[in-house]
Design a protein around this ligand. Structure first.
Ligand SMILES: *Cc1c(COP(=O)(O)O)cnc(C)c1O
Length: 236
């Protein structure tokens, strides 16, 4: 990796962080109330090392296998790994030990197997329930109709600690629709809290990617998952 590439990544990180901070303040919060999960699925270890050097310790991968490989290679670093894509049930065992947080809690069957595995290895796991808010057929996640019954079941799994919700805007959605989808996810979180389905208050909303993270923050996102904006100008 050339110094110029590393410098470009540092600049991109700093630009994204400033925009996150400005949007957080516009939404009536502190800059620190919104965290950046840097999505590394497009890049290899040199670029990830440049991210780490720029202070990004929360990293997201969408494919379990890539996460295993990168986590093993970077086990000497303080990185916290977030799985943001679908977890196939036959990959649970190899994935959980690496995870700081599972954003893609997308079915009860998955969550109950994660709970079993978390018991076996004594590693309780923070999880977000993924909501398919756009209704795109290609997306995973609970529909808003399914959510409350599923949440009541998930609340019974002792080693799956549900912290909040995760969602993606629709592929074909306009800016206005995107914003409405994020607002709808926030309302679902409020509704889960007002029904006291979980013992503690759910606080996390993982929503917003390179094209829409500012809208997501304005609607209450506490974590944004940003990939391509961090690698602009790099030809990755
Ligand atoms: C790839 C991916 C992202 C990051 O997307 P960018 O548009 O590159 O920022 C965020 N969330 C999920 C679930 C992803 O798969």
């Amino acid at each position: 990796m050339t110094n110029a590439r590393a410098a470009r990544i540092a600049e991109n990180v700093s630009a994204v962080r400033s925009r996150i901070a400005a949007a957080a303040v516009r939404s009536g919060r502190d800059a620190n109330d919104v965290s950046l999960v840097a999505v590394t699925k497009y890049v290899g270890l040199p670029e990830i090392e440049a991210l780490i050097a720029s202070g990004c310790y929360d990293l997201g991968e969408s494919r379990p296998q890539s996460l295993w490989e990168k986590a093993a290679a970077l086990s000497h670093t303080p990185v916290r790994w977030h799985l943001i894509g679908h977890l196939q049930r036959n990959k649970i065992r190899r994935t959980i030990p690496h995870l700081y947080r599972l954003h893609s809690g997308d079915s009860l069957r998955l969550l109950s197997e994660v709970d079993q595995e978390a018991l076996t290895i004594d590693h309780p796991l923070d999880v977000l329930l993924e909501i398919n808010i756009s209704g795109d057929l290609t997306k995973h996640g609970f529909s808003s109709d399914e959510l409350f019954a599923a949440a009541a079941q998930a609340a019974k799994l002792p080693r799956v600690r549900v912290r909040g919700l995760m969602a993606m805007s629709g592929l074909e959605s306009s800016t206005t629709q995107t914003r409405q989808q994020f607002a709808a996810v926030r309302m679902l979180l409020d509704e889960l809290n007002s029904r006291s389905i979980f013992p503690g208050k759910l606080t996390e909303l993982s929503m917003g990617m390179s094209d829409d993270y500012e809208s997501a923050i304005l609607e209450g996102a506490t974590m944004v998952r940003v990939g391509s904006a961090l690698f602009e100008g790099l030809d990755v």
